[in-house]
Design a protein around this ligand. Structure first.
Ligand code: BDR
Ligand code: CA
Length: 307
């Protein structure tokens, strides 16, 4: 059983990742921490609580994260990709539970210190909360099991600029700190997530099998499909965030390259992830190959076990 904290900006594909984690028999979801990116931190916090309530998992805590990046003004949220409220055209929900009275960084430090060697941190939004936790308690670097990030791109180019992936571009300084630290990092970036596409038919099948959870994902995905059709000419959508979570429970489905990483924090290529030169941190594992069908089927089959 993998103990995971997902740091998230829900977000259509974030919703896929969180519901996958709730339903996977191999994951103990320790908590969610919220972050700006696809939506504001306020909306991300509300949406994180709503996803857990929808899944009947309101006992899982949510800690509110940072409102802005570490080293630059906040960028606009990605309303064109995920809708103004985060789940496409699905109307906003009003979850009953409240977030913890503890910041995301405090929660991450407390959980990692309580369960040394057991927790995988999985940021699927900008890495601000992870960098803040590390600044606050550098000792957590030796106590996390792994830091598995959705973000970046080594050879695939960017998705918000020709060079930058969205989660890195939103807070390049935080990403740089996370990659430079001496802890084990696995980067699940566009090199692999651009290889996995789910079609409208795949999502329609989710509604049939699991009307509430699958139906919600299918409804939310319609807006996301429209974005992919317009921007990428794809019939379907990429599965960025669930792919990162899947890599934690099924690392055998991925081929990785050892590479120390750095992030460009200014100029035309701001937000690009590049191979580091002369860096002291441990080399990251960068996912470059993926068993496409197996990853997609694991996602779909797991959601279908829902209700
Ligand atoms: C990442 O950016 C966000 O739009 C998605 O939720 C994902 O985390 C992909 O670049
Ligand atoms: Ca995300």
């Amino acid at each position: 059983m993998e103990k995971i904290i997902i740091d998230t900006d829900p977000g259509v594909d974030d919703a896929m990742a969180v519901l996958f984690a709730c339903l996977s028999p191999n994951i103990e979801l320790v908590g969610l921490t919220s972050i700006f990116g696809n939506v504001t931190t306020d909306i991300a916090t509300r949406n994180a609580l709503a996803l857990l309530e929808m899944a009947g998992a309101e006992h899982i805590p949510v800690a509110r994260g940072a409102d802005r990046p570490l080293g630059q003004p906040a960028k606009a949220v990605a309303a064109d990709v995920h809708g103004v409220e985060g789940f496409g055209d699905v109307p906003p929900m009003s979850p009953k539970a409240a977030p913890l009275d503890e910041s995301a960084a405090d929660f991450i430090c407390r959980m990692v210190n309580t369960h040394p060697g057991e927790i995988t941190l999985c940021p699927v939004g900008p890495f601000t909360n992870i960098a803040l936790a590390l600044r606050q308690d550098p000792g957590i670097a030796k106590k996390v099991k792994n830091v598995t990030v959705m973000g970046g791109s080594l050879e695939e180019g960017g998705n918000v600029t020709p060079h930058a992936e969205a989660n890195i571009w939103q807070d390049p300084h935080a990403a740089r700190e996370v990659f430079a630290a001496d802890w084990p990092v696995t980067m699940v970036g566009l090199d692999v997530t651009h290889q996995v596409v789910c079609t409208p038919e795949h999502f329609a099948g989710l509604t049939d099998a699991a009307p509430k959870l699958g139906g919600f994902l299918n409804d939310a995905a319609q807006f996301y499909f429209a974005f992919h059709r317009k921007e990428n000419g794809i019939r379907g959508c990429h599965m960025h965030d669930p792919t990162a979570v899947i890599s934690i429970v099924r690392p055998d489905l991925f081929g990785c390259r050892d590479c120390a990483l750095d992030v460009i924090v200014d100029g035309e290529k701001i937000g690009a992830t590049v191979a580091a030169t002369g860096q002291s941190g441990s080399p990251s594992k960068v996912c470059m190959d993926i068993e496409i069908d197996a990853v997609r089927d694991l996602f779909l089959d797991t959601i279908k076990t829902g209700f």
